[in-house]
Design a protein around this ligand. Structure first.
Ligand code: ATP
Length: 450
């Protein structure tokens, strides 16, 4: 796709999302708050469906992974031990005239410079040497490191003792509960702990709709293994990431793996693969898979003075487990799913917009229509069918607004795979018309067999 088509696609996704109640700008009535989005009725359904697929695949569907839901606010020492207080920073640069702040690496990339392996001092030098200006054309200051954690104070005293942070990743709640899970459920290595929850990062420049936001959800597993086994489980989760990509309906031809070079990895990682997706604004990180070694457990053990080692009964050996971490962002999944599903075709000379969601992901799996809304016998029968489908646990919506063609268009736009129409014949033969979203094909189906 050409770049103006991509730009158009992005605008279409943003406007469709708002118009049909998927996502709204956070605090919109107050002019919005950059980097925050609210989920509308359809967005929340999409999100829950995706989280359910993940949870079934990575937690409930496995014997070796345990679920967890840890607090968002944790003891400040957590972030001393994890290294986030010292290292969780992005390079920032300020326009000396407007005082607007930017990501130094993003500015360099926009100027065609590859930032792989560059340290903040290298970026500074390059910006000075090349005379790179701010997007407003002004002189830039020096590159500084900006810590992305949101801080807050716990309790009535706002002092250094009570200062802590909103978690920047769900992972730390898992590491600090590793011993609790070990002591209460007694799992043997290898085993994992999985969690879905909110994370917060005070991004310098939130952008690209849901892609880079300041409040988002992560789905993460920390998988604990014997040190010599890390490669095997790294490869196992590499495959699992692809399985998840397929399960939620992300177009796998738009996903690529990127091996992250030494020096570019997060402070805790000895190997990282980023799974990148071709978003309309470029190829960007969708998911990460990292080998975190024993970095986190070792540091939490030292700082908290707690023994976080594991005793292997068979080998009669005590050691600190190593960790493989597949990390999935919910918002980046949603945007990749939306981008993959967005389709247009022509019906009777008019452009039809439809979202090709997988039925497991779609906010509604069925829409039920009485052919006419002013005929009680049709409405009653349609209500009956609606209740029957609802009882099966499927997501179903009732719609009697406007003519059938309009109802189809509305359901197509929100990705409902099946529309079920009750007409006069249905009262006689107990059959309904089921129309397929992607092909437009219509079939008569017995109500009892729906
Ligand atoms: P980036 O380099 O794009 O800032 P990252 O490498 O910092 O991302 P990780 O720390 O690996 O991201 O976070 C794990 C996952 O959490 C990412 O793969 C992504 O899906 C999600 N994620 C991270 N930051 C954000 C954000 N600001 N908005 C939405 N999702 C995010």
């Amino acid at each position: 796709m050409k770049s103006n088509e991509n730009h158009e696609l992005m605008e279409k996704l943003v406007s469709l999302s708002k118009r049909r109640g998927f996502f709204f700008r956070g605090s919109e009535i107050y002019g919005g708050l950059a980097g925050f989005y609210d989920y509308g009725p359809l967005g929340v359904s999409l999100k829950k469906n995706i989280e359910k697929i993940w949870w079934d695949m990575f937690v409930d569907g496995r014997e070796d992974v345990y679920g967890l839901d840890a607090a968002l606010v944790m003891h400040p020492q957590t972030y001393q031990a994890s290294g986030h207080a010292a290292n969780f920073a992005d390079p920032m640069i300020e326009d000396t005239k407007t005082q607007k702040r930017y990501r130094a690496d993003h500015l360099l990339e926009e100027n065609g410079i590859d930032v792989t392996g560059l340290k903040p001092e290298d970026m500074n030098k390059l910006i000075k040497e090349r005379g790179i200006k701010s997007p407003d054309g002004n002189v830039l200051g020096d590159v500084m490191q900006f810590n992305m954690m949101f801080h807050t104070f716990v309790g009535a005293n706002a002092d250094s003792e009570s200062k802590t942070y909103l978690r920047p990743e769900t992972a730390q709640g898992i590491f600090t509960n590793y011993k609790n899970v070990l002591d209460s459920l007694h799992p043997k290595l290898p085993f994992g702990i999985g969690q879905i929850g909110k994370s917060f990062r005070n991004e310098i420049a939130p952008r690209d709709f849901l892609f880079r936001v300041r409040e988002f959800s992560q789905m993460e597993v920390e998988y604990f293994v014997a040190p010599e086994d890390w490669k095997k489980y790294f490869e196992h989760f590499q495959k699992q990431v692809w399985n998840f990509v397929d399960a939620v309906g992300i177009d796998r031809s738009k996903v690529t793996e990127l091996e992250i070079a030494d020096g570019d990895r997060a402070h805790y990682s000895e190997r990282t693969i980023d799974f990148e997706f071709e978003y309309p604004f470029g190829k960007k990180e969708l998911y990460g898979l990292a080998y975190r070694t024993d970095y986190d457990l070792k540091n939490h053990g030292e700082v908290s003075k707690t023994d976080l080692s594991y005793f292997d009964e068979e080998k009669k050996e005590r050691f600190i487990p190593h960790v493989i971490e597949p990390s999935f962002g919910v918002e980046r999944t949603l945007l990749a799913v939306l981008t993959s599903a967005y389709s247009e075709d022509e019906v009777n000379g008019e452009t039809r917009v439809f979202l090709k969601f997988k039925p497991e992901v779609a906010p509604y799996q069925y829409a039920v229509f009485p052919l006419l809304k002013n005929r009680p016998e049709l409405v009653d029968k349609a209500r009956e069918v609606y209740e029957q489908i609802k009882k099966t646990g499927a997501r179903v919506v009732f719609d009697d607004n406007g003519n059938i063609g309009k109802r189809y268009r509305r359901q197509d736009e929100i990705g409902t795979p099946y529309c079920v129409t009750i007409d006069f014949e249905s009262l006689e033969d107990q059959c309904v018309t089921v129309r397929d979203r992607d092909t437009g094909e219509q079939k008569r189906v017995k109500i009892a067999e729906l």
